[in-house]
Design a protein around this ligand. Structure first.
Ligand code: NAI
Length: 275
């Protein structure tokens, strides 16, 4: 059911790689709620072609941009404001990549060049997106910027390699820039800390399947899906959440506040009895 929450709003949505992507679902929801927007992704991701299908569905134009390049980001904002007919009201940062995870490097055996890339692509890119918009004054007053995070920013998950540090930086940039942009143009900046979700980035993490099941059994509401995440993000783009900024907002079915669920303890006891 659509509520017209984003009627008349213009935006930029990054990170839709294929139909499993969280950004893909956000784009469909944003369209359903009445927004017009441009889609963007790294030029290399465009070659896969899936984004074109989404663009047709959403009647959106695609503007390639490597989120680590301020030049590409300037072009992204300039073209988006031209195409959409004015400054934007919302921006989605749905970008993450760790060469260390891709190549199976543990946290105690990181390649530092790759570590820099993880931080640059997954966290500093948010600063670049915000700083570029700030300098171009490309976001309307009371606009909303949302980035996607994961709870490894607060608590350690052994398998998450250097991405825990990247997410901690992402959330810190959210607070620091949220303060600046709030004062400058009343633009709000938040992260949504999402449950494990079956996507290309998610499934690329070693042991993801087992952890997905563990989180599902721990959270009282179970894992939040990508569609549910999109619903939440749309509320953050809407005028209903105008005074929410600089926050990390958990969207995880209660996982982050649960110590141990009865289901997980029971499974642990049974496995010990059978050992
Ligand atoms: P995804 O693989 O569909 O999306 C990641 C996107 O980042 C891709 O579209 C990729 O092309 C883009 N990207 C990578 N390098 C880029 C660059 N240099 N410039 C521009 N774009 C670039 O996976 P998913 O899961 O939808 O990821 C979106 C966000 O959600 C990421 O920040 C991820 O860390 C976060 N997240 C994912 C969770 C999961 O379990 N899947 C859980 C919590 C957060």
């Amino acid at each position: 059911m659509a509520y017209g929450l984003l009627k008349g709003k213009r935006g930029i949505i990054s990170g839709a790689l294929d139909e499993k992507s969280i950004a893909w679902k956000v784009a469909l929801k944003a369209k359903e709620e009445g927004a017009t927007f441009t889609l963007t992704n790294a030029p290399i991701a465009m070659r896969m072609g899936a984004i074109k299908q989404l663009a047709e569905q959403c009647e959106a134009e695609i503007i390639p941009a490597d989120a680590t390049s301020t030049e590409d980001l300037e072009n992204l904002y300039n073209k988006s404001t031209d195409i959409l007919g004015g400054k934007v009201d919302f921006v989605l940062h749905s970008i993450g990549m760790s060469p260390n995870i891709r190549k199976g490097r543990q946290y105690t055996d990181l390649n530092y060049e790759w570590f820099k890339q993880s931080l640059d692509v997954s966290a500093m890119s948010l600063h670049k997106m915000l700083q570029t918009a700030y300098k171009l004054d490309a976001i309307n007053e009371w606009g909303s910027v949302v980035a996607l995070s994961y709870m490894a920013a607060q608590r350690t998950f052994g398998f998450y390699s250097d991405m825990g540090d990247a997410k901690a930086l992402l959330e810190s940039i959210t607070r620091s820039f949220g303060y600046q942009y709030g004062r400058y143009r009343k633009v709000r900046v938040n992260t949504v800390s999402q449950s494990p979700t079956v996507t290309t980035a998610g499934s690329g993490i070693g042991g993801f399947d087992k952890f997905f099941d563990f989180a599902e059994a721990t959270a009282p509401l179970g894992n939040a899906s990508a569609e549910q995440c999109a619903d939440y993000v749309v509320t953050l783009f809407s005028d209903l959440t105008r005074m929410v900024t600089m926050q990390n907002l958990f969207h995880d079915g209660g996982f982050s506040m649960t110590g141990a669920s009865e289901e997980v303890v029971q499974a642990f006891l049974e496995s010990r009895q059978n050992a």
